[in-house]
Design a protein around this ligand. Structure first.
Ligand code: TRP
Length: 370
């Protein structure tokens, strides 16, 4: 196995390289074309950590894409990754509240529980059990090389690496493989985990063989990178709760207006779309463009000499108008936690049926049928 492991280590290290990223992007375009002709040949699985409220960066970066794929007819599973919350922090926090808030966001933006299965790690035991055989298929050296884990460790400051932070990419492989998903819409920071998932699937096949001789127990899952440019925070840096630069999906119109009023712009009155030289202004224009389905340069031309004030007014209107119906639905949903829980329980029940069947197959492949 040593050669194999070395090999995989190199792959992991290179999965975020420029050339590899270009290949994944090109492949994502091919997959999009295949989805348009035959959505039934795909099963999509993706998820989020319930660590805070979802914001417009999440919405335009990934959530809207999930709704689009669901509506295109692709079977979709969405994981509320509650065990990933404790990879790099001391407790689960107000977890119930966060999970329900995430459910409200999901349903408000148009994820439909009759077509999309929404579930949590902690309520699907067979998914978690896959972690044991999967961990035997990876080495600690390989795990320590994962660039996303390294970045996450760094972001915690001086915190020591927890066993779960080191191994969660393998747990994430279980997230993807328990339902035999072949397509995972993610951002590029997740590509090392996708590579790790393929390595686990391949090694499982090599080590334990097949139950159905015509196919491996686990498929090779591919990433689907979203074409959307990332929306930055109101200060022009990555939108992130800890930086206090976010607009949450669930915020009201007044709060949104106040936050946008405080956004960073620059001192030129003439508004132009120039992402390289005017990143903050251009980010706000892009946000307005996404909300109105218009070209940001065209919006800039309309604002003309309106300066930061004119820009912020246009952005506020665009955001509040686009999100008004979503927020109205969200308010109704949030007022009915019993309903949100019932949707989650139904999703968990469906995920358990799938996970139990996969674990049975894994036990058979491993000869553990007693
Ligand atoms: N790690 C992902 C994130 O931080 C969330 C996640 C958990 C996920 N399990 C997944 C994404 C499985 C895709 C597939 O955003």
């Amino acid at each position: 196995m040593s050669e194999d492991v070395l090999d995989a280590g190199d792959q992991l290290a290179s999965s975020t390289s420029e050339a590899s990223l270009r290949r994944t992007e090109a492949r994502s375009a091919e997959i999009e074309a295949a989805i348009a002709t035959d959505p039934s040949s795909f099963r999509i699985m993706t998820g989020d950590r319930p660590t805070g409220n979802l914001h417009l960066g999440h919405y335009f970066g990934s959530l809207a894409n999930r709704v689009r794929l669901q509506d295109a007819g692709v079977d979709t599973l969405i994981l509320v990754a509650d065990y990933q919350v404790i990879t790099d922090r001391d407790g689960t926090g107000p977890i119930l509240e966060r999970v329900l808030s995430m459910m409200a966001d999901y349903l408000a933006i148009g994820l439909d529980p009759s077509r999309t299965t929404i579930y949590t790690h902690s309520m699907v035991p067979a998914l978690n059990q896959l972690l044991l055989p999967f961990l035997s298929l990876v080495t600690d050296a390989e795990l320590r090389r994962n660039p996303t884990v390294k970045a996450e460790l760094e972001a915690t400051g001086d915190r020591p690496m927890s066993g779960l932070l080191l191994t969660y990419p393998v747990h994430q492989a279980a997230d993807i493989l328990f339902c035999k998903a072949n397509l995972v819409p993610v951002g590029k920071d997740q590509l090392p985990h996708l590579e790790q998932t393929r390595v686990v699937a391949r090694r499982f096949d090599e080590r334990y063989g097949r139950v159905d001789p015509s196919r491996p127990v686990f498929p090779q899952a591919e990433a689907l990178l979203s074409k959307a440019a990332s929306v930055l925070g109101l200060d022009g840096t990555k939108m992130s709760k800890t930086k206090g630069n976010v607009i949450e999906i669930g915020m009201d119109a007044d709060t949104t207006a106040k936050l946008i009023k405080r956004a960073v712009t620059d001192s030129h009155r003439l508004i132009t779309y120039d992402p390289v030289n005017r990143p903050e202004v251009s980010n706000l224009l892009m946000l307005a463009g996404l909300c109105t389905d218009r070209d940001p340069a065209e919006i800039a031309a309309e604002i003309g000499n309106g300066g930061g004030g004119g820009l912020k007014k246009a952005v506020t209107e665009a955001v509040n108008e686009y999100f008004a119906p979503i927020r109205a639905r969200r308010n109704e949903l949030a007022a009915d936690p019993g309903y949100l829980l019932s949707v989650l329980r139904e999703g968990n029940a469906k995920a358990n049926v799938i996970a139990d069947a996969t674990l049975e197959e894994v036990r058979t492949a491993m000869g553990m049928r007693y």
